[in-house]
Ligand binder design. Sequence first.
Ligand SMILES: NC(=O)c1ccc[n+]([C@@H]2O[C@H](COP(=O)([O-])OP(=O)(O)OC[C@H]3O[C@@H](n4cnc5c(N)ncnc54)[C@H](OP(=O)(O)O)[C@@H]3O)[C@@H](O)[C@H]2O)c1
Length: 380
Amino acid sequence: MKNICILGSTGSIGVSSLEVISGLGDRFRPVCLTANRNVDLLAEQVRVHRPAAVAILDASAAADFRNRMNGSVEVLDGPSGLLEIVKREDVDMVIGSMVGFSGLAPTLEAVKLGKNVALANKESLVVAGELMTGLASERGAKIVPIDSEHSAILQCLAGEDPATVERLILTASGGPFLDRDAGGFGKVTVGEALRHPTWKMGKKITIDSATLMNKGLEVIEARWLFGLDPDRIGVLVHPQSIVHSMVEFVDGSVKAQLGVPDMKVPIQYALTWPDRTPSRWERLDFSKLNGMTFLPPDTEKFRCLPLAYGALRAGGTAPVVLNAANEVSVGLFLAGRLTFDRIPDLIADALDRFPAQAAGELETIIDADRRTRSYLEKYN
Ligand SMILES: NC(=O)c1ccc[n+]([C@@H]2O[C@H](COP(=O)([O-])OP(=O)(O)OC[C@H]3O[C@@H](n4cnc5c(N)ncnc54)[C@H](OP(=O)(O)O)[C@@H]3O)[C@@H](O)[C@H]2O)c1
């Protein structure tokens, strides 16, 4: 049995992870759970899954929770609580499913301790790819992707010589505005942007999917997970989200991984990798598919994608600035203080303001993130 710490158990990936773990019988035990402040759902998860400890970022929510639990579970709090929980000796493996830059410190802590990480929190690899993958190979920690595209690539690469890979092709649904004219982007409402055509996810990644920044972040994530340069990582829009990604090999052969759009499948693969285990999730019924289409992304309309490629090529702290500016812009859009069409403008402004510097140290990364956020306060 492996003891798991789920960072962000109350989120979309966290909830699905608990469902996957329950379906795998006694192979895994969710020994630690964490949340930002959703203590109602956390209390329910504690009741059902009986973890030994939880960590809650928000100190007052944690104090509340401690009273409520009456000693039945250990309650840690604040940023230090999130670090402490992954350090616990009873934690064998971590699911990184917090959202955004906040996931970096605890995920990195797990890697430092040589603990394997099933990673959904792509932002931590985007901002600290070099540091995290370097530490993982030094400490013997495996970082196994949960993102469906990267899981697909991992599955296509199984049994293949990495030297025979020509390029990776990440598929993208294209989001809700695939067919909308860019001229109308200024009028996009939050409700419309949150209506993703194929996936049900947390708010931040749903907006990232609508701008195609999610695909940009995934290109950077793929660079660190699979070690290919940006010219060999392509993006193809595939609105049905059935082909989750592909690998083209030197002989011209292409392998793809297909399945219904359900995150429980890549979550289970990340937990049991390199094994494949039975599941009861919905199967793909080819007779019900209404065709599959593929088209190149429109990079003039979806400017976040080329901005992400640019940041990856610039290297160093550029992806940190890209990520921080994106988190700020998405937050402003969700709060109704920025129009949808302006999201790439703020990101471009921040990238112009902060030229790339080496990003080998955690302090440099934290500093670049902080400076970008404070620079963008002028848009508040
Ligand atoms: N959802 C998907 O289908 C999907 C697919 C692929 C990759 N991903 C990636 O997986 C990650 C999680 O996505 P999600 O959709 O599951 O997000 P989500 O539903 O918004 O959940 C985020 C989780 O992180 C916690 N959290 C948020 N801010 C925090 C902070 N500052 N400190 C500590 N905990 C914090 C939340 O706690 P509260 O509930 O208390 O707020 C929640 O448990 C993202 O990086 C996303 O890109 C998601």
